[in-house]
Structures are given as structure tokens and as C-alpha cells.
Ligand binder design. Structure first.
Ligand code: 5RP
Ligand code: MG
Length: 220
């Protein structure tokens, strides 16, 4: 174990005012704020700029899940104030390379491969590693989760293999407070939590509970 996992709040909203209201309540309890994929489509880079201005001291991830035009989309996210951005795992290697180049051309910017829907993760991981990618989001998609796809041992095995390959792993997808212990023992870099925080009646309290439980389970 290297470090305690970060807590990332995913703002998967369809309008900016709602996202801002939740951020206002919960941001002190989290390490990273994610401009969720729907929010990047609904409000564009204005969402990144607004949350950046509101939370200047937090890391910000723009979950654009870029499929093409990797360099241009990475530039757009970083120019707007994001520290991190995502490229979808199905993107061509050229797209990954160009987004990575853009991240590496600036201080402290990072590109993540987002694994939603990718089946041959371990085979693709070797190609990404050769390009120099070192961060990924392992994601049980919303639609899969709603269709009763449960977290299972094979997910843990794949995440552990990716960690062994040298990737820093973020994990996402319907994670609830009681799900955290399922991942105990893995050197997770970031837990991404959306609905379990913003659907709670008290967003700050819910975020604080995640923070405390992560710190309790990952004593390093
Ligand atoms: C959906 C996403 C979400 O940000 C991710 O699933 C985290 O949110 P939740 O905890 O609500 O599942 O990227 O595509
Ligand atoms: Mg997301």
C-alpha cells in the first residue's frame, strides 16, 4: 500500500446550478471533484471553469471519455482548469497518444483511460502501458449496474493485475459506503463516488462518511 485512496465526488448532473449546489455542500470532504460526463455535455467547459473558480484548491477531473480528437479535447479540458481528463478505452491508440502528449506537455496534468464497456482490458493494457499511460478508471457502468451487474471477484482480480502492471487505479460505478470493504487490500488510488453522495439528504455528511471509512479501511 502506498497511500490512502483519494475520494472523488462525481457530479453527474444535467445542469450546472444543481452541480454547484452539491459542490458547495460536499467539497470540503473530498480530494477530487469530477465534472461528470453528462455535465460536460450539458454545460461544456463552463462547468469546469465554474467549479475550478469555486474550488481553487481541489483536483478537478473532466470525465469527457474522449473517443477521438484526443489532443484537442485534452487541451480544452486543461485550458478550462481541469487537472485530469479521461479518454475512453475504445479510442484508437493515436487518440490516446495525442491526449497523453498534451497532458505530459504541461505540469501536473494527467490523462486517464476510462474502461467502461472494454472487454479485453488486460490485452489493451499492455498497449497503453507501452504508450506511457499510467492511470485508469475501472468502471462498472451505470447502465450495467442498473441491469444488476454486481461487483465480483473477477473485477478485483483484474484491478489487481492492472496495479501489478504499474497502473494507478481509480474505481467507480455505483459504489456505496458498504461496498468499500469489498476493495480492501487493493492499492486503490482513487474511489469515485457519485450517487451515494449526491442522492443522500445530507451531502456533506455522506461525503464525510466515505472519507472516514476510506481512512479506516486503508491505514497506511
Ligand atoms: C458514469 C460515471 C460516473 O461518474 C461514475 O459511475 C460514478 O458515479 P456513481 O457512483 O453514481 O456510479 O462516469 O458514466
Ligand atoms: Mg464519471
Amino acid at each position: 500500500m502506498n497511500n490512502k485512496p483519494y475520494l472523488q465526488l462525481a457530479l453527474d448532473f444535467f445542469d450546472l446550478p444543481t452541480a454547484l449546489a452539491v459542490t458547495q455542500k460536499a467539497c470540503t470532504q473530498v480530494d477530487v471533484i469530477e465534472i461528470g460526463t453528462p455535465l460536460t455535455k450539458a454545460a461544456g467547459m463552463l462547468a469546469v471553469q465554474t467549479i475550478r473558480a469555486f474550488c481553487p484548491e481541489k483536483l478537478i477531473l473532466a470525465d469527457v471519455k474522449t473517443p477521438d480528437v484526443g489532443g484537442g479535447e485534452a487541451k480544452m479540458c486543461f485550458d478550462a482548469g481541469a487537472d485530469w481528463m479521461t479518454v475512453i478505452g475504445a479510442a484508437p491508440l493515436d487518440t490516446v497518444r495525442l491526449a497523453l502528449q498534451e497532458a505530459q506537455s504541461r505540469p501536473d496534468k494527467e490523462m486517464f483511460i476510462e474502461l467502461t464497456g472494454i472487454r479485453d482490458i488486460l490485452a489493451r493494457a499492455e498497449e497503453w502501458r507501452k504508450l506511457g499511460v499510467d492511470r485508469m478508471v475501472y468502471h462498472r457502468g451505470w447502465d450495467e449496474g442498473n441491469a444488476s451487474r454486481l461487483w465480483q471477484q473477477s473485477d478485483l482480480d483484474t484491478i489487481q493485475k492492472l496495479i501489478d502492471y504499474g497502473f494507478k487505479m481509480s474505481v467507480a460505478g455505483g459504489i456505496e459506503l458498504d461496498s468499500l470493504s469489498f476493495f480492501q487490500g487493493l492499492d486503490i488510488s482513487v474511489f469515485i463516488i457519485g450517487r451515494a453522495i449526491y442522492a443522500a439528504s445530507d451531502h456533506e455528511k455522506a461525503a464525510a462518511q466515505f472519507r472516514e471509512k476510506i481512512h479506516h479501511l486503508w491505514k497506511v
